[in-house]
Design a protein around this ligand. Structure first.
Ligand SMILES: [Mg+2]
Length: 167
């Protein structure tokens, strides 16, 4: 059995039920940038991302960015959205997840990671003891190696779908 499956699957962060995260004990949300918060290759966050961040804050969650992208790209998103972030996070490494929990002042079990990649966002989240939400595609305009990884991801998800709740 593959050990790094998500707790939940969502169509996108915009369509997920955040109350269910609260019910699962989540108080802080870390969100990936590319293909999670915005479509791939989007230079900066648009109104949809900003509105979503406001909604998350309005519901009382802490929220920050956890991204493997370059620091200046993460910085741009932090500035535009007015939230904290960790760039060059090296997911699935645990360091970035520890940074998120520390910044939020929460235990790892009170933190959630929302991301579109099983082998980085979700694997790292499971290893760190975060609640994990795998988001399906925002965009199919992805580089080849990401598309290849998708095939493996989809195979794993299909195989284990029964155990994974939709949120
Ligand atoms: Mg991503």
């Amino acid at each position: 059995m593959y050990a790094y499956l998500p707790d939940y699957i969502a169509k996108s962060i915009f369509e997920m039920d955040l109350e269910k995260l609260r019910e699962a004990g989540v108080k802080g949300i870390a969100v990936d940038i590319d293909n999670t918060l915005v479509p791939m290759k989007t230079r900066e966050p648009g109104p949809e991302a900003a509105e979503w961040i406001d909604k998350v804050k309005g519901l009382g969650f802490k929220v920050c960015i956890l991204s493997n992208s370059r620091k200046h790209r993460t910085r741009l998103f932090m500035d535009k959205l007015g939230i904290h972030g960790i760039g060059l996070a090296n997911k699935p490494g645990r360091r970035g997840y520890r940074g998120v929990a520390k910044y939020m002042g929460l235990s790892h079990g009170e933190c959630a990671i929302l991301g579109d990649q099983l082998f980085t966002d979700i694997k790292g989240g499971v290893r760190a003891g975060f609640v994990t939400v795998f988001t399906e595609y925002l965009d199919s305009n992805e580089i080849l190696w990401v598309r290849l990884k998708r095939k493996f991801e989809q195979r794993l998800i299909k195989k284990h779908m029964d155990g994974i709740k939709r949120i």
